[in-house]
Design a protein around this ligand. Structure first.
Ligand code: NAD
Length: 475
């Protein structure tokens, strides 16, 4: 049965988007030297704002400001730094509705996700690291661990504000100052965060936000005044960065792509597993590094599970990201949509069978319906490459050993999911799976206290938890 829902749009009036934005350097918004660019709403292709692009001179100005601010910021007692972080966390909570709407407008993600997942996690991350700021001597890195200096941070577009929180909160708690570059398609919440820094009375230069594309990111990570590089994005760019900073003495963390296996055994609670599969790959349109993009299902229940999954996918609502009933929002950009299309075409060409939920797509904007492929071989591109879209590749297995072998047969190693009633099997699988996070009977669960990061081509270093402090301390 399909329910009809009346539209329930969230009001856009809570956000005040300016026609144009400058760079946030040393506590002020200033003009950029590069050619300004536009950021659009991917659900309507409407222009939201014009944003400055930072060139090398701007990067130099921001790094200089961060260097100057570092001396006094690092000298502050941890409890004083904590006050600023707590203040930022509270302002984020107060402005959560506005920030959620802004995120959905600029990114295309459903308001339900930005409001109920992204924003609560952003605030929780600042609260969590505020708590560490005066306890660093008890974190297991020596009695008086020192900060590194200026952190150059580059983030992607899939969780713009959440990735900013993962980067900035631990850096500041440890006494570093930062220059952060958001992705070119989603700069608006980072610029709103700059306003929050002013509102919180954060000393000038402690946080600097530079907008721009890949060239700005490259100028930032290559700047000699940067002591620490933190990058989240594609494995391809991660490799470039690793090469360019090798031998410079800069400390680096790389949070890269993934191709996670979500493994369902025949004793799993099937309805729960179906919800977990949907959450694993269709949450945030599949624009999730740890998405469960490969479903490994035990052969004996494959047919039953797939029937139930297709039924469930038929009920997902795709459309206006600001509608509170929407499950699947817009694809973030025309480039990403083209990539998803090209990889799904390769799936068909290589012989996998495509099934797409029947749902009307809006005329304007970038959209892709929930899709799954059966008959997928491990050699297919759709089983090996990160699609970063609402597309699930389904493979089967007979024994736990075969499940482990198939799950680990990937260049990535960020996350995995296991669905079974047997606790002993969960522990056995978790031990064998080469993935930074293994979820059992759940998927895509995040908590600031829990470290997150990958093996192999998914990168190195951990963000979150006590482990996340290490990346920002001289240990
Ligand atoms: P991307 O690598 O294209 O871009 C990421 C950021 O790097 C952007 O801000 C971009 O402007 C910048 N950039 C591009 N070229 C650069 C260069 N040469 N030097 C420095 N910076 C440069 O990735 P994307 O398409 O924005 O994001 C999607 C990718 O991010 C996916 O592969 C996804 O798996 C990954 N991701 C990983 C995690 C994680 O925690 N492991 C989290 C979220 C996203």
């Amino acid at each position: 049965m399909r329910f009809e829902y009346a539209p329930a749009p969230e009001s856009r009036d809570v956000v005040d988007i300016k026609p144009s934005y400058g760079l946030f350097i040393n506590g002020d918004f200033v003009d950029g030297s590069g050619t300004a660019f536009k950021t659009i709403n991917p659900a309507s292709e409407e222009m939201l704002a014009e944003v400055a692009a930072a060139d090398e001179a701007d990067v130099d100005r921001a790094v200089t400001a961060a260097r100057k601010a570092f001396e006094s910021w690092a000298a502050l007692p941890g409890r004083e730094r904590a006050k600023y972080l707590f203040r930022i966390a509270r302002i984020i909570q107060e402005r959560a509705r506005e920030l959620a709407v802004l995120e959905s407008l600029d990114n295309g993600k459903p308001i339900r996700e930005s409001r109920d997942v992204d924003l609560p996690l952003v605030a929780a991350h600042f609260f969590y690291y505020a708590g560490w700021a005066d306890k660093l001597g008890h974190a297991g890195f020596g009695a008086d661990p020192r900060p590194l200096g200026v952190a150059g941070q580059v983030i992607p577009w899939n969780f713009p504000l959440l990735m900013l929180a993962w980067k900035i909160a631990p850096a500041l708690a440890c006494g570093n100052t930062v220059v952060l570059k958001p992705a070119e398609t989603t700069p608006l919440t980072a610029l709103a965060f700059a306003e929050i820094c002013v509102q919180a009375g954060l000393p000038p230069g402690v946080v600097n936000i530079l907008t721009g594309a890949g060239a700005t990111g490259a100028a930032l990570v290559n700047h000699p005044g940067v002591d620490k590089v933190a990058f989240t994005g594609s494995t391809e760019v991660g490799r470039l960065i690793a090469r360019s900073v090798a031998g410079t003495g800069k400390k680096v963390t790389l949070e890269l792509g993934g191709k996670a296996a979500n493994i369902v055994f025949d004793d799993a609670a099937l309805d729960q597993a179906v919800e977990g599969i949907v959450n694993g790959i269709f949450f945030n349109q599949g624009h999730v590094c740890c998405a469960g993009s490969r479903l490994l299902v035990q052969e004996s229940i494959a047919e039953e599970l797939l029937d139930a999954l297709k039924r469930r996918l038929g009920t997902l609502r795709l459309g206006d990201p600001l509608d509170k009933n929407t499950d699947i929002g817009a694809i973030n950009s025309a480039e990403q949509l083209a990539r998803i299309r090209s990889l799904t075409e390769s799936g068909e060409l290589e012989g996998a069978e495509r099934w797409t939920a029947s749902c009307p797509l809006p005329d304007k904007g970038f959209w892709f319906p929930p899709t799954l492929f059966t008959g997928v071989a491990q050699s297919h591109r759709i089983a090996r490459e990160e699609i970063f879209g609402p597309v699930l590749s389904v493979l089967t297995f007979r024994t736990p050993a075969e499940a482990v072998e198939k799950a680990n047969n990937t260049p990535y190693g960020l996350s995995a999911g296991v669905w079974t009633e047997k606790g002993s099997r969960i522990l056995w699988m978790a031990d064998k799976l080469r993935a930074g996070v293994v979820w059992a009977n759940t998927f895509n669960r995040f908590d600031p206290a829990s470290p997150f990061g990958g093996y192999k081509e998914s990168g190195h270093g951990r963000e979150g938890g006590r482990h996340g402090l290490e990346a920002y301390l001289d240990v």
